[in-house]
Design a protein around this ligand. Structure first.
Ligand code: GAL
Length: 380
């Protein structure tokens, strides 16, 4: 009797609660607002800069650099957010924490940039690759770091950091280039025609042959056949390199190529559509935005062709005040890809905003246009 009365009183309250929470849920984001602050499920601006994304078992996972109030150095680590609709993101915490051990490569205060996570079907492991700079050494180390986890959200265990493919020449260097003797001491003046020729012939590849190739801004791309590639700014940020990963995704296989030597490309992002690889990069002006570049190839090993800037309209020459970081396919939609970029705020790194724009196609080529607000319906 008492129980019945209790339920009579409590059920309208319960119904009201359910109604209230569904209204709250309906109030969730239904659009992207490029350049605006992007509140997560706790109402806090997403902190996943220079990010990358992994689609796994029906959910998107966004990994990125945790930026602090006053420094871009890694004081916390790599964050992870999850979403099922790409508009609303749940904070899943720190996927990879910096270390308190001063001797660790990823000690607090090092630089961790542009983390990308891929899933290895053979080993059932999630593998994170990121650009790593040692604490107190600025950007001199130019290394790549690898961490592994059994769960998508982490914790990721740091494995090691290294330079790329020590002792190995790029697969697209000629025998003549490999045998040439080139010494950086003879090319102290940059940007001269002789210097360009030397860079193109592998001046810095040779300088770094023993230690391994420099590896700064980077992305990871997994092809349809499961082969994965590390694409990174190398050779003093002058040349992009594309290096194949081992089958377990934990290291380089030894095969790599150099593309656009002396082209000064950073922030590589890539996708594949109808058998063509499209790459969008930035120029090299630090935190300041510049004009995006675009390249394509029918084979990952080249030849790679240069196209014009994919951005059109106002501020196209500054990539709408942003720098590329990743291109994510929208699952379940044909030819739907999102260009993800960062609008950096180096004086207050935590505030940096995200410029996500739909990749549209005109005459078969990717085009980026500004939208103040957009949603996935722009994709036909
Ligand atoms: C940018 C690069 C960023 C960061 C920055 C430091 O060019 O894309 O990831 O390294 O330089 O100045």
């Amino acid at each position: 009797m008492i129980a019945q009365r209790f339920f009579k009183i409590i059920s309208p309250v319960l119904l009201a609660c359910v109604a209230f929470f569904s209204v709250q849920m309906n109030a969730a984001n239904k659009s992207f607002y490029p350049g605006k602050q992007w509140p997560d499920d706790k109402g806090v601006h997403v902190n996943a800069h220079g990010g990358g994304m992994l689609y796994y078992q029906g959910k998107y996972y966004w990994f990125g650099e945790f930026k602090s109030e006053t420094t871009s150095s890694a004081l916390v680590g790599v964050t992870c957010y999850s979403s099922s609709d790409l508009y609303n993101w749940k904070n899943k915490g720190i996927a990879m924490k910096v270390s308190d051990d001063e001797k660790s490569d990823i000690t607090k205060g090092c630089i961790i940039e542009r983390p990308k996570v891929i899933y290895n079907k053979k080993t059932n492991k999630f593998v994170m690759w990121f650009h790593l700079e040692m604490k107190g050494q600025g950007y001199a180390a130019a290394r790549v770091g690898v961490a592994v986890s059994n769960q998508v959200t982490g914790p990721y265990k740091f494995v090691r950091s290294f330079r790329s493919n020590p002792g190995i020449y790029a697969a697209n260097m000629t025998d003549e280039q490999k045998n040439m003797s080139l010494d950086v001491k003879n090319y102290e003046k940059w940007w001269t025609p002789e210097w360009y020729k030397a860079v193109s012939d592998g001046l810095f590849t040779k300088r770094d042959l023993k230690e391994g190739q420099m590896s700064r801004d980077m992305t990871i791309f997994v092809d349809d056949n499961g082969k994965a590639y590390h694409i990174y700014s190398s050779e003093e940020n002058l040349t992009l390199q594309i290096a194949e990963l081992t089958d377990d995704y934990l290291g380089h296989s030894g095969k790599y190529i150099r593309i656009f030597p002396g082209g000064h490309n950073e922030a590589p992002s890539i996708f594949k559509k109808d058998g063509t690889y499209w790459m969008i990069t930035s120029g090299c002006t630090g935190w300041d935005p510049n004009e995006a570049r675009m390249f394509s190839a029918k084979n990952i090993w080249g030849p790679w062709e240069k196209h014009s800037n994919p951005c059109v309209g106002e501020d196209a020459k500054l990539t709408f005040h942003s720098q590329s970081t990743y291109i994510q396919k929208v699952e379940g939609k044909k030819d739907a890809y999102i260009f993800m970029a960062d609008r950096w705020t180096p004086k207050h790194p935590i505030e940096a905003s995200y410029i996500w724009l739909p990749i549209l196609f005109e005459n078969g080529k990717p085009v980026l246009k500004w939208y103040d607000q957009w949603n996935l319906n722009v994709f036909k």
